[in-house]
Design a protein around this ligand. Structure first.
Ligand code: FEO
Length: 163
């Protein structure tokens, strides 16, 4: 197999950890909303967490396919509590913007190293991150519209349960 540059392999291994930490972060948020009795929000974040594990798997499979070594690092534990129901939603948006910057960092290195195979693989993540940021932003905005009224908050909670 054509070798993937060592620096890119390192960055992808770090990204596997970042994706698993994202999953942990969102599982923590799902737990928080479960404690708050907002099970639609719990469902939303459980789904987010599963998606993050799928992202990690995509990177793992990419390294395996190319006969490169996968390294699984320790994963940092997420926050266990939040000051209010808005905080995890704002955190989610901030976190997705951070993840986009990590994907761009790998892309920059791939372009610099003329690693066309990795550039091709990363295209999916570039598109995915746009969607992830959009979804997080939309949810935060929706929450801000309805958070002061229990009936509309309940309706949003039910909508999230349909995801
Ligand atoms: Fe894997 Fe939500 O980025």
């Amino acid at each position: 197999m054509t070798k993937i540059p060592a620096k890119i392999v390192d960055l992808i291994n770090e990204q596997i950890k970042a994706e698993m930490e994202s999953a942990y972060l969102y599982l923590g948020m799902a737990n928080y909303y479960s404690e708050e009795g907002l099970l639609g929000f719990t469902h939303w974040f459980d789904k987010q967490a599963k998606e993050e594990m799928e992202h990690a798997e995509k990177f793992i499979e990419y390294l395996r396919r190319n006969d490169e070594k996968v390294i699984l690092f320790d994963v940092k534990a997420p926050a266990v509590s939040y000051t209010d129901r808005r905080e995890p939603l704002a955190e989610q948006l901030k976190h997705e913007i951070l993840v986009t910057s990590l994907i761009y960092k790998i892309m920059d290195a791939a372009v610099e190293n003329k690693d066309y195979r990795t550039i091709e693989m990363l295209r999916w993540f570039v598109t995915e991150q746009e969607e992830e940021e959009e979804n997080a932003k939309a949810l935060l905005e929706e929450y801000e519209f309805c958070s002061k009224d229990n009936a509309t908050l309940y309706a949003l909670n039910n909508k999230l349960n349909q995801r």
